[in-house]
Write a protein that binds this ligand. Structure first.
Ligand SMILES: NC(=O)c1ccc[n+]([C@@H]2O[C@H](COP(=O)([O-])OP(=O)(O)OC[C@H]3O[C@@H](n4cnc5c(N)ncnc54)[C@H](OP(=O)(O)O)[C@@H]3O)[C@@H](O)[C@H]2O)c1
Length: 216
């Protein structure tokens, strides 16, 4: 698949690199320097390029949205027309200092995104794992047991594509249902992040926690 990365930081940089190594055509976009995007593309050691959000949107079948909530409007404006595009969002609707969700209970960041781009096919995925574990999961993808990863969305073909990407990273995709289920997965993702970054065990503790929950 041709995968456009909107937001090439911790999540976008790592997932884009993994998608390229898994055989997809990747375009990294949206960072503060073009040099960083070019470096990511070079070091992905796969089929990867640097571009603008507009080029990523135009030249991709699926987009990974990996930006802070405060950057949504800007990156979507730069991406242009996203009608019919599959957008897999790992972004969480966090406040400015990343201490709380700004959308919760009666909506979710994923549903708000779907309202911002009503003709796009939005899937929420990858936000329940700390970026630190992604390369480890990819490295162990051939092992007998794969860790689970939940995703949700309303568009069937978008979800099929997301599930394929999830599998390519090395997870077993678990369909959690329609997009409104993000009202539950987003607070869960925040809990995992708190365990990862504030608990003693670090990202791997949070990751094992997700494995334990999803295997029940
Ligand atoms: N990190 C995690 O473990 C994790 C886990 C689950 C979910 N998430 C969610 O995933 C999303 C992305 O998180 P992240 O940790 O990947 O964030 P990040 O490392 O800060 O990446 C955000 C990207 O946006 C770019 N950006 C920010 N301001 C910009 C501007 N003014 N112009 C152009 N580009 C700009 C950054 O550019 P630079 O590269 O130049 O800084 C970076 O490439 C967030 O919604 C977060 O809540 C993160």
């Amino acid at each position: 698949m041709r995968v456009g990365i909107l937001g090439s930081g911790l999540m976008g940089g790592k997932l884009g690199t993994i998608f390229a190594r898994a055989g997809h055509d990747v375009m990294f976009s949206y960072a503060r320097s073009k040099e960083k995007l070019k470096k990511l593309a070079r070091e992905a050691h796969g089929n990867a390029r640097a571009g603008t959000p507009g080029e990523a949107a135009e030249e991709s079948d699926v987009l990974l949205l990996a930006v802070h909530w405060s950057r949504f409007e800007d990156v979507l404006r730069q991406a242009g027309d996203l009608s019919d595009k599959i957008i897999v969002s790992c972004s969480l609707p966090m406040n400015a200092d990343d201490t709380a969700l700004v959308v919760a209970h009666i909506s979710s960041g994923a549903e708000e995104l779907a309202r911002m781009v009503p003709k796009a096919r939005v899937v929420s995925a990858f936000n329940t794992v700390p970026s630190e574990v992604l390369f480890g999961v990819f490295g162990a993808r051939g092992s007998a047991t794969r860790p689970s990863l939940v995703y949700c969305g309303d568009d069937r073909s978008g979800k099929r594509v997301a599930a394929e990407l999830i599998r390519d990273v090395g997870f077993d995709p678990v369909d959690a249902g329609p997009l409104r289920i993000a009202r539950y997965t987003e607070p869960f993702a925040l809990l995992v992040a708190e365990l990862a970054y504030e608990g003693k065990g670090g990202p791997h503790l949070a990751y094992r926690f997700e494995r334990m929950v999803s295997s029940r």
